[in-house]
Design a protein. Structure first.
Ligand SMILES: Nc1ncnc2c1ncn2[C@@H]1O[C@H](COP(=O)(O)OP(=O)(O)O)[C@@H](O)[C@H]1O
Ligand SMILES: [Mg+2]
Length: 340
């Protein structure tokens, strides 16, 4: 699959055995989206889509165009060209109906003095047009889901970062939208709050079948949350697909079958380095203390043969392992550090 500048490429796997992909409506879609600010091409032909229940990471450095793309999808800004859709509805032609089924959590939202949690949520419940019992039910549902019921009376300007992000997510859920757009929700959270956020996102996607687009400039925040990702830099999508597919792109670029292997020895690292350099498929050996890392281009059989030869030659091997590439490696390899 060509991952680069993927034309109308669907992010992630779809349940093709149940529904043919062409018949399944994407939960959201960016289609040749452009948004320019004067000469600056903040969003430059962004195209990707996601299907119901997917959690899609929107990954890119600061200034890449994530917020600008998300604001268009959230009907808060208009494209220079192209369009974006939520469940088939155009954000340009049908913004009112898009807002009913989409929730947007901005990267920063205001705190107001003298407003407590329940009042804050009730304000949004009214803003979405709920009245009477529905209005109370919407607030209660969100308080329960976010586990904020106990803190209902707490003034919102006294909340920790973690709690205020949880409230922000809650506010996004008031009208029970199908598609959630979360702009850097994990930014600045401590590890515990991050785990809690991850659990909420998991519940939303898996139990409640929400489709979630979640941005970050920090890879480690996303790799555990997302099943698929789109990598953006300087307004352009550089790669998109399932996390596995993006990893595959990375190994394709490095040369098919290339892996980084690591060997730790009890002693004799220097001798092993010389020995390794004489072996087939081995390149780029680097040694740090008793640990050696090297590129290996052979298949699994060649790996078995290599290990046997090293042991036969007297290497005292304690550990022999392949490094698992992660999203961060993919990001570093795919992006180039372009600034505009
Ligand atoms: N309203 C605006 N006017 C002018 N330039 C903008 C505006 N909004 C964003 N930009 C610029 O567009 C680029 C993309 O910004 P943004 O979408 O916020 O990136 P990200 O969210 O990935 O950090 C940046 O160079 C930013 O300065
Ligand atoms: Mg941003």
């Amino acid at each position: 699959m060509n991952m680069i500048a993927a034309e109308s490429f669907a992010v992630g796997s779809t349940p093709v055995e149940e529904v043919p992909e062409d018949d399944l409506q994407p939960a959201f879609e960016f289609r040749n989206l452009h948004r320019f600010f004067g000469k600056l091409k903040a969003v430059n032909n962004v195209t990707f889509k996601a299907y119901p229940g997917q959690v899609v990471g929107f990954i890119g450095p600061n200034g890449a165009g994530k917020t600008t793309s998300m604001r268009v999808l959230a009907t808060l800004d208009l494209p220079t060209a192209g369009d974006a859709f939520v469940e088939g509805l155009s954000v340009v032609d049908d913004p009112d109906n898009v807002r009913r089924i989409m929730g947007f959590m901005p990267d920063a939202f205001g705190t107001y003095p003298n407003v407590n949690i329940v009042e804050y949520l009730d304000f949004y419940s009214r803003a979405y047009g709920f009245t009477g019992r529905q209005r109370r039910d919407a607030v209660d549902r969100v308080l329960t889901f976010t586990d904020l019921s106990r803190l209902a009376e707490k003034p919102i300007d006294t909340l920790s970062k973690g709690l205020s992000q949880r409230l922000g997510l809650g506010r996004t859920l008031i009208h029970d939208p199908h598609v959630l757009i979360l702009d850097e929700p994990a930014a600045g959270l401590d590890p515990r709050a991050r785990v809690e956020l991850r659990e909420l996102i998991h519940l939303l996607a898996v139990n409640l079948k929400k489709t979630i687009l979640i941005s970050s400039h920090i890879l480690t925040e996303l790799s555990e949350i997302c099943d698929s990702a789109a990598i953006i830099e300087a307004g352009k999508i550089l790669a998109c697909g399932t996390v596995t597919e993006i990893m595959q792109t990375l190994s394709d670029r490095r040369g098919r079958g290339t892996a980084t292997l690591t060997v730790r020895v009890l002693q004799g690292a220097e001798a092993l380095e010389r020995l390794l350099l004489q072996q087939p498929f081995v390149g780029l050996v680097s040694t740090a203390g008793s640990t050696l890392s090297f590129q290996f281009e052979g298949d699994d059989r060649a790996r078995v043969a290599l290990l046997k030869r090293l042991v036969d030659q007297g290497a005292q091997i304690v550990e022999f392992s392949g490094k698992t590439e992660n999203l961060e490696d993919a990001f570093m390899a795919i992006t180039e550090g372009i600034m505009q």
